[in-house]
Design a protein. Structure first.
Length: 358
């Protein structure tokens, strides 16, 4: 194992001992914010340190076997023990390298999914609805909860825009590579001559902001307007000013929510989406700085980047970032995203391992 990696593991081992000392202090829980951060850090590094301790134990076994080689009677046993220890050290080294990969602090968070129709008019809006169904079906398979926050429907039953909150373990880690431009090639229902059209939608996947830590929104920076909701919803929803529009003046970000009959609930949802958008904008700015220094294969954060093409006549889906083509478009559109998600995650990990080696 490289000396630099061993040194990092030693520092993590020392840090774990330091955290245990801090958490064991009688005043540890006085500052709950600090206490939460320490417990989260401890949970993050404990598995790595445990692997490292196992590696050191096997390394000690290897050294003990080496000392027995000089004894003719013990040589055969010593060689066998060395071979076993060497194989185990190699296995643990691979696990340690993966464990040392930088973790995304947002991976365990819930997320906001935004899908917007782009070029293609009504066909684009219909494709936005298809994408939303695809992600909803995938969420069902994962036993996640999907809650529509806001929607703007087209005349043919598609979505000009739809925003949903997805609540579930590891939701962001699975879907974070879906942000970007999604292109569809197919014969639209409005096409009378059977010609293939190309349309596009934009998908944004944003981790739900931790209101206690991530985003501090000054109320003075907000303009909040209420208005009557439009669209379906019965008589009540059109008689009261239940819909809410919030404008964040410094960034110009605007969020509207009108799906709930309660103005209070719509306002709370709009604030959550606003916090996620502000946080997402900050993260994309950071990612673009990193990408300018080193090519990033996955998740550049560029919403205009075309990441995937859905070709219905040929029954294929192509992810352009990793040159992956799958001929199972019906299954994927029905929410079978495991192969896509797995391939994107593996490519991302490979890139991180390459960076660690450097």
């Amino acid at each position: 194992m490289k000396k630099s990696i061993l040194e990092k593991l030693e520092r993590l081992s020392e840090r774990l001992a330091e955290i245990d000392g801090l958490l064991g202090g009688e005043h540890a829980a006085r500052d709950m914010d600090s206490y939460r951060k320490l417990t989260r850090e401890r949970a993050d590094i404990t598995p790595v340190v445990e692997l490292f301790h196992a590696y050191r134990g096997v390394s000690a076994d290897y050294s003990s076997a080496a000392e027995m080689l000089a004894d003719p009677e013990m040589k055969e046993l010593a060689v066998a023990e060395q071979q076993s220890a060497a194989a185990e050290m190699a296995r643990l080294e691979v696990e340690l390298q993966r464990a040392l990969l930088p973790t995304d602090p947002n991976d365990d968070r819930n997320l906001f999914l935004e899908i917007r129709a782009g070029t293609g008019g009504d066909e684009s809006a219909l494709f936005a609805a298809d994408l939303f169904r695809m992600y909803s079906r995938y969420a069902e398979r994962q036993r996640w909860k999907v809650e529509v926050v806001s929607r703007s429907e087209s005349d043919l039953g598609g979505f000009r825009e739809i925003i949903a909150r997805i609540d579930g373990k590891g939701a962001y880690s699975k879907l974070k590579f879906e942000s970007g431009g999604h292109r569809v090639q197919r014969v639209p229902v409005t096409e009378t001559q059977g010609r293939i059209h190309t349309s596009a939608c934009t998908v944004a996947v944003m981790p739900e902001a931790d209101e206690l830590v991530d985003i501090d929104i000054n109320p003075a920076d907000l303009r909040i307007d209420t208005f009557r909701a439009s669209g379906a919803g019965g008589q009540h929803i059109n008689k009261t000013d239940s819909a809410v529009r919030i404008t964040h003046i410094p960034t110009g970000i605007v969020v509207e929510c009108q799906d709930d009959r309660s103005q209070h609930r719509n306002k709370a949802q709009a604030l959550s989406v606003l916090a996620a958008r502000i946080n997402d904008a900050k993260q994309r700015e950071q990612q673009q700085k990193i990408a300018s220094e080193r090519k990033s294969l996955i998740g550049s954060g560029d919403r205009s980047e075309r990441i995937r093409t859905y070709n219905f006549p040929q029954g294929r889906i192509s992810d352009h970032r990793i040159n992956l083509t799958l001929y199972k478009i019906d299954a994927i559109m029905d929410g079978d995203l495991d192969e896509l998600v797995g391939a994107l995650t593996a490519e991302h990990q490979a890139e991180l391992l390459e960076a660690l080696a450097e």
